[in-house]
Each structure stands twice: as structure tokens, then as C-alpha cells.
Ligand binder design. Structure first.
Ligand SMILES: [Zn+2]
Length: 114
């Protein structure tokens, strides 16, 4: 005789649905945070962050922090990218905590002596 209690199928399905719902909500939240990060300065080539020299490009990009968890960023790649006839810096970063990627756009505008 089996003394083990089996979970009712209905309850099992409910767990599964609940888990899926939570996963979907987490995904939506991540997408929303990414969308907002793209709207921030540096989040798109149309809205680059302005820095005074190439030497501080990566430092500025890292300072933004992870869009998902605000964790510290490491620079994966730093390239020159043309946008609208202008040369911008495109810095690809990765979060050291959650591993999500963040691309930061920057424009170098040297401070002019006056
Ligand atoms: Zn993160």
C-alpha cells in the first residue's frame, strides 16, 4: 500500500503556472530596465555622454553601473563607431554581478582653451 501522498495534478499545475508567471515578470522587468537605460545619456548613439578626452571614456562608461542590478561594470570592448558622420566611442561593458551587458556611447569634446 502506498502511504505517500501525491500532489494533486491541479496543485502541480498551479505551481508551474505560478513559476512561469514569475519568470515572465522578471523578464519583463529586465527588458524595462534595459529600455530605460537606453533612454539615459550614453544609452544610444543619439544620446552620447560627453567626455573631454579619450583617456576617461572607459571610466565614465563604468561609472554608469549595471542597468539591471547597479553592479560594477567591466569593459569588454572599446571601439570607435561612426554615427551620423560623427565619430563616437562605443564601449561594451558587462556587469560583474549579473553578467548582463551594457553598451555606452560617448562623444569626445576636448575642452577648448579660452
Ligand atoms: Zn548587473
Amino acid at each position: 500500500m502506498s502511504g505517500k501522498k501525491k500532489k494533486k495534478p491541479a496543485a502541480k499545475n498551479r505551481d508551474k503556472i505560478d513559476r512561469r508567471r514569475k519568470q515572465r515578470a522578471a523578464r519583463q522587468l529586465a527588458n524595462e530596465r534595459e529600455r530605460l537605460a537606453r533612454l539615459e545619456p550614453g544609452g544610444a548613439p543619439e544620446r552620447p555622454l560627453t567626455v573631454v578626452s579619450a583617456a576617461v571614456v572607459e571610466e565614465h562608461a563604468r561609472r554608469l553601473g549595471c542597468a539591471q542590478c547597479t553592479g560594477p561594470l567591466t569593459v569588454d570592448d572599446h571601439a570607435v563607431a561612426k554615427h551620423d558622420g560623427e565619430l563616437l566611442r562605443k564601449v561594451s561593458t558587462r556587469c560583474r554581478m549579473c553578467r548582463s551587458e551594457r553598451v555606452v556611447w560617448l562623444r569626445i569634446t576636448p575642452r577648448l582653451p579660452n
